[in-house]
Design a protein around this ligand. Structure first.
Ligand SMILES: NC(=O)c1ccc[n+]([C@@H]2O[C@H](COP(=O)([O-])OP(=O)(O)OC[C@H]3O[C@@H](n4cnc5c(N)ncnc54)[C@H](O)[C@@H]3O)[C@@H](O)[C@H]2O)c1
Length: 352
C-alpha cells in the first residue's frame, strides 16, 4: 500500500440537515462496486477523519481483493468534533444526510456498519438507498456480522494451525482469545466445541462474568498476550503486536479479527523470524463482509454464503503456502495476491 494519492473518488460534504462533515472515500472500483462500512466517531479535526477514510478505504480494496470478492474498497467517515453532542435527533439527521449521499453513488459505493454505527442505523440509510447492508433481518438485511466473522476466523485458524503445527485440529490446544465481544465469543464457542482449552480476557466486568458462566478460563487483559498459549487470537483492539512483544510471545500461531494488529509493517518480519505464523488480520476477518455480500448482493442462501465464508480457510492455506515457498511474510504474500488481482482487472480494462 503506497503513499501516492491513489483514490478514485473522494466526496466531502457538509450535511444539509446535520451540518456535520460526511466523507466518502472510494479507493478502487477495479474489481467491482466499492464497499466499506460507515464509521461515526470523534476526531481531533475533520481532516483526521479524512485521513482515516483514505487509509481505511484502501485497506478495504485489499481485503475484498484477497477474499476473492468482485468488489472494490471504500469507506464512510462521519467526523464528530469534540464539542458536538450526538443527540438522537442529530444522529437521525446525519444518517439521513448520509442516506442521500449513498443514494447519489447509485450502487457504485455501498456501505454497512462500522465503529459507531450498527444494523439499526442501516434502516435509516435504506430509506434512501438499498445499498446499506447488515440491517436487522426484520428489515431485510443479515444483521450483526459478528457470527460470520467468527466463522471466518475459525476457518483461518484451522488453516494456520495446519501450517504452524502440521494439524488443523485444535483439540487439546490452548487458545487465548483477547476480547470476548461479538466475534471473540463466537470463536470461543467454536473452539470449545472442538475440545480446545479456551482462555479469554476482556476489559469489561460483564464480559468476564459471561465468560466464566460459559466455563472458559480467564486471564487478565494486561497478561493476555503473554499468557502460555499455542494460539493467540487478538479480538479486541488494534496495535497489540510490536517489536517488544513479539520475542515474548509463547503462541506459535497468531490469528484474529482485530483490525491493524501490527504497530508497523516490520513487525510481520519479526513474527516470521521468531517462527510465529501470523495470519493478516484483514484476511482472517473477511467473513462478515463475504457473508453480507453473498446474501444481500448476490442473493445466495445462508448455506451457500456460509460456505463462501469457510473458503477463507483455502485463502489462508494458499497465502501461507505462497509465503513459505517464496520466502516472504504472510503480510507480503497477501499484498501480492491482492495486487495480482487488481493488476489483472486493470489489464482487462485496457484490453477492452
Ligand atoms: N464484528 C465484525 O464483523 C468485525 C469484522 C471485521 C473486524 N472486526 C474487528 O474485530 C474486533 C472485535 O470486533 P467485535 O465486533 O467482536 O467487537 P466488540 O465491541 O463486540 O468486542 C470487543 C471486545 O473487546 C473488549 N476489549 C476492549 N479493549 C480490550 C483490551 N485491551 N483487552 C481485552 N478486551 C478488550 C471490549 O470490552 C469488547 O467486549 C474489532 O477490532 C473489530 O474492528 C469485527
Amino acid at each position: 500500500m503506497g503513499q501516492a494519492f491513489a483514490h478514485e473518488h473522494v466526496v466531502i460534504r457538509r450535511g444539509v440537515r446535520s451540518r456535520l462533515p460526511l466523507i466518502v472515500a472510494v479507493h478502487s472500483r477495479a474489481l467491482g462496486p466499492a464497499v466499506g462500512g460507515c464509521r461515526l466517531r470523534r476526531y481531533g479535526t475533520w481532516q483526521d477523519g479524512l485521513a482515516d477514510a483514505l487509509r481505511l478505504s484502501e485497506a478495504m480494496t485489499y481485503k475484498a481483493a484477497v477474499a476473492g470478492l468482485d468488489f472494490g474498497g471504500g469507506k464512510t467517515v462521519i467526523a464528530l468534533d469534540r464539542g458536538t453532542e450526538l443527540t438522537a435527533d442529530l444522529r437521525e439527521a446525519v444518517l439521513e444526510d448520509l442516506g442521500e449521499l449513498i443514494a447519489s453513488f447509485e450502487g457504485s459505493y455501498r456501505t454497512g456498519p462500522d465503529i459507531g454505527t450498527g444494523p439499526e442505523d442501516m434502516v435509516t440509510l435504506r430509506r434512501f438507498s438499498p445499498y446499506a447492508y447488515c440491517a436487522p433481518e426484520a428489515h431485510g438485511g443479515t444483521g450483526d456480522s459478528g457470527g460470520p466473522t467468527a466463522t471466518g476466523v475459525l476457518a483461518a485458524l484451522r488453516a494456520g494451525a495446519r501450517h504452524a503445527f502440521g494439524d488443523a485440529s485444535c483439540t487439546g490446544r490452548t487458545v487465548v482469545i483477547a476480547g470476548f465481544g461479538s466475534v471473540g465469543s463466537g470463536i470461543a464457542a467454536g473452539l470449545a466445541a472442538e475440545g480446545a482449552h479456551v482462555v479469554v480476557s476482556d476489559v469489561e466486568q460483564s464480559r468476564k462474568d459471561a465468560a466464566l458462566a460459559s466455563g472458559y478460563r480467564w486471564v487478565e487483559p494486561d497478561q493476555a498476550l503473554l499468557a502460555p498459549a499455542d494460539i493467540l487470537v487478538p479480538a479486541a483492539v488494534g496495535g497489540v503486536l510490536d517489536e517488544a512483544v513479539v520475542p515474548r510471545l509463547t503462541a506459535r500461531l497468531v490469528v484474529g479479527p482485530a483490525n491493524n494488529q501490527l504497530t508497523e509493517d516490520s513487525v510481520a518480519d519479526s513474527l516470521a523470524k521468531h517462527g510465529i505464523v501470523w495470519v493478516p488480520d484483514y484476511v482472517a476477518s473477511a467473513g462478515g463482509i463475504i457473508y453480507a455480500l453473498s446474501r444481500e448482493s448476490e442473493n445466495h442462501a445462508h448455506e451457500a454464503a456460509q460456505q463462501r465464508v469457510e473458503g477463507i480457510g483455502d485463502t489462508v492455506g494458499h497465502l501461507l503456502d505462497l509465503a513459505r515457498s517464496t520466502g516472504v511474510t504472510p503480510m507480503r504474500a497477501a499484498q501480492q495476491i491482492a495486487e495480482r488481482r487488481l493488476a489483472s482487472a486493470a489489464s482487462h480494462v485496457l484490453d477492452a
